[in-house]
Design a protein around this ligand. Structure first.
Ligand code: AMP
Ligand code: MG
Length: 329
């Protein structure tokens, strides 16, 4: 196979995500879930800010012209109320980027205000902040988008365990480059293992994934879809794009995300990396209506309602179930 056209980008992104995920795990262990509430009342922690600063810094050193479109901005850290938080963020970064003084930390976080263009990166520094706070799953998600399509996706998963062996260590990075398959590697380095979706053909036996946070989804519609498929086992509840990685690894068969309201639109960083990893592992990803995900519409995925993903084999049945339930009055 020819060398990937994105090898240079991929190498930089893998190092950045690895550093970001190790940093998030360190903060979880040593600083905890200190944070503040955003305008929409969702939490943002030291880890969200510190990981965004670190990944923005690493990408910006090599690709200064590429816009970064990321979840956080530094507004809350710039005023007097944010001083303590900024100090914690800079302290957390000391081992990873000692060259960043407080003013550069702010600037690095605000690199994430980039405008999506023909080619850009999109980052969720801590996807699943609520999982991070609770002590459950959260991930660092980074993707390169070119002309509205994801070309590279990486998900650093500090808390994900891939085997049922007791005592198996947590921590992996899942990644994919377009047309070159999906893989995982231990968080701290090591061998690459190819990711493959499951071979489940019977919807009744499907292992289903959904958001942990019930307020992120329309639970009635979700339950309707699962009943229409006659799925026998209860869904597994998990935060973040850790779900996408579990599906890509063949450890679940369906992922269903029905937004709480019809008008809700996902942010690109909540789906970009995960969708490429699922597709490159052999799965399928669409919205609730079967439309492919479009990452060329700015920060919000305005052309897609919700998202569903499968091992591919179950996608037609899943789409039928969605159509049936969504058409009910
Ligand atoms: P999940 O854990 O799969 O629900 O995904 C977490 C992501 O959901 C976060 O990164 C948020 O961007 C996004 N999110 C936040 N609020 C909502 C909401 N009300 N409905 C749907 N998604 C949300
Ligand atoms: Mg997020």
């Amino acid at each position: 196979m020819n060398a990937s056209p994105w090898q240079g980008e991929f190498d930089v992104a893998l190092h950045a995500v690895r550093a970001g995920a190790v940093l998030a795990r360190d903060i979880r262990q040593h600083v905890g879930d200190r944070g503040l509430l955003k305008a929409d009342q969702s939490p943002v922690t030291v880890a969200d800010f510190a990981v965004q600063a670190l990944v923005a810094h690493r990408l910006g050193e090599v690709f200064p012209e590429d816009p970064l479109v990321a979840e956080e901005d530094a507004a809350a850290l710039r005023g007097p109320d944010g001083r303590t938080m900024l100090q914690l963020v800079q302290a957390a970064l000391r081992h990873f980027a000692p060259e960043l003084d407080p003013s550069r930390v702010l600037d690095m976080i605000d690199r994430g205000r980039g405008v999506p263009g023909e080619r850009f990166w999109t980052l969720d520094p801590v996807d699943g902040t609520q999982g991070f706070v609770r002590g459950d799953q959260y991930v660092v998600a980074l993707a390169l988008i070119v002309r509205g399509r994801v070309e590279i996706g990486l998900i650093g998963c500090p808390e994900l365990v891939f085997t049922d062996e007791p005592g198996a260590p947590a921590g992996s990075i899942a990644f994919a480059t377009r047309d070159r398959g999906a893989f995982r590697t231990p968080l701290t380095g090591g061998e690459m293992t190819r990711l493959h979706v499951s071979s489940c053909l019977d919807p009744r036996l499907a292992r289903v994934l959904r958001s942990f946070e019930a307020q992120h989804i329309d639970l009635d519609t979700f339950n309707g879809i699962v009943s229409a498929l006659r799925v026998e086992s209860p869904a597994a509840l998990m935060d973040s794009q850790a779900k996408h990685v579990v599906l890509a690894a063949g450890r679940a068969d369906l992922l269903i995300r029905v937004p709480a309201t019809k008008s809700f639109r996902d942010k690109i960083w909540d789906q970009a990396a995960g969708s490429l990893i699922i597709e490159e592992a052999g799965g399928r990803v669409t919205d609730l209506h079967g439309t492919r995900l479009d990452f060329g519409t700015g920060r919000l995925m305005t052309r897609n309602e919700g998202m569903i993903a499968s091992n591919g084999l179950l996608h037609a049945a899943l789409l039928d179930a969605c159509r049936g339930v969504l058409m009910e009055p």
